[in-house]
Write a protein that binds this ligand. Structure first.
Ligand SMILES: Cc1cc2nc3c(=O)[nH]c(=O)nc-3n(C[C@H](O)[C@H](O)[C@H](O)COP(=O)(O)O)c2cc1C
Length: 334
């Protein structure tokens, strides 16, 4: 169980926000396999205010897509408060603030992990958000800006003082981006310093890694990000593994193909027939990872332009059962 303010979760693992990935179809596929709290990708407060039409699609949800968190990005409190007013009607269960994004376009404006350089300012922004929100507010931070300025503990304490109800920490510095290994020590230090729940993030590619994050850091929850790419089963498998200590069998090729087809259909309904197949190219590669002899299929998927073409490739993938079974099903991510 994990409590974030008024929200109580049965499972302490969460689908992390991923820009360009955790859209409504992606979240719903993960929910089929027991994902409880999921996050929409980060949304710029300024974009919400100025380009409401464009962001509307990004923040779209429906009654089955719950509990749901939204993550805001920004550095100007006035825009952030206006953004909060715009999203109020969606009644998200969690409002997260991004102080973790490493992208230069973002940090050059002082946003995302640029906020790690200004813990007091971050604290003031969070206080403003907490005072203006009905839902519990959380923040996502990194270990620090670079290896010489690992200040997650200090940042986390300012954030806690602002009245947030939970803290996500990706245990890498901004400078590391997504390279190197996650630093469990820094997550543990933050966990030991705070009274609010701490949710660890980084290098969680399988149920074994989820357990490792809990064991190494003592954290209260774990955020699953890249481990869910083409692998919604990770949620069901993690629940099973944490309960029994046994890794359940990986889905076979038919289950993978069924879910690929369902995901593609949902994407076409959501993004339309032109955008969806192009967007699905990367998903095709992720879903088929670990199966044998799929390289030619992947190459063709990267040129597919229609739902029919993509479906045909999924059918061919399903038909490649004999050679794939030798590899023992979907990649475990280990
Ligand atoms: C493609 C991609 C997009 C991401 N977008 C976001 C985002 O919008 N907001 C955020 O807080 N983190 C984002 N992240 C970071 C993840 O939520 C997570 O913290 C990070 O990937 C570390 O976890 P992992 O090593 O288990 O993938 C993104 C990561 C990836 C790979």
């Amino acid at each position: 169980m994990l409590k974030i303010g008024s929200l109580t979760l049965k499972y302490p693992f969460i689908l992390a926000p991923m820009a360009g990935i955790t859209d409504l179809p992606f979240r719903m596929i993960c929910r089929r396999y027991g994902c409880e709290l999921a996050f929409i990708e980060m949304i710029s407060a300024r974009a919400l205010v100025y380009e409401n039409r464009k962001t509307e699609k990004m923040i779209a949800t429906h009654a089955g897509d719950r509990p749901l968190g939204i993550q805001l990005l920004g550095t100007d409190l006035e825009f952030i408060l206006r953004a909060l007013d715009i999203i109020r009607k969606y009644e998200y269960e969690v409002i997260d603030f991004n102080a973790a994004c490493p992208v230069t376009k973002v940090t050059s404006k002082g946003e995302g992990s640029g906020m790690m350089k200004e813990p007091q300012k971050l604290g003031r922004l969070l206080k403003g958000i907490v005072d203006h929100s009905d839902a519990p507010v959380t923040v996502k931070i990194r270990a620090g800006w670079d290896e010489k300025s690992v200040n997650a503990r200090e940042v986390a304490l300012y954030a806690q003082d602002a009245g947030i109800k939970g803290l996500f920490i990706h245990g890498r510095t901004r400078q590391q981006g997504y390279s190197g290994r996650v630093d469990y020590n820094v997550i543990r230090e933050v966990k030991e310093a705070l009274d609010i729940p701490v949710i660890g993030s980084g290098d969680v590619f399988s149920p074994v890694h989820v357990k490792k994050m809990f064991d190494e850091t003592g954290c209260d929850g774990v955020a699953i990000a890249r481990g869910a790419l083409g692998n919604p089963w990770i949620f069901r498998e993690t629940a099973e593994y944490l309960k029994s200590g046994m890794l359940p069998p990986r889905p076979d090729i038919h289950e993978v193909a069924d879910i690929m087809a369902a995901h593609l259909r949902a994407s076409v309904e959501f993004h339309g027939p032109v955008m969806a197949p192009v967007d699905f190219r990367k998903l095709f590669a992720w879903y088929t990872k670990g199966f044998r002899d799929v390289k030619p299929l992947k190459e063709r998927a990267f040129r597919a332009k229609s739902e029919e073409e993509m479906l045909e490739l999924i059918t061919e993938f399903r038909g490649s059962e004999r050679s794939s079974e030798a590899s023992g099903g979907a990649s475990s991510g280990l």
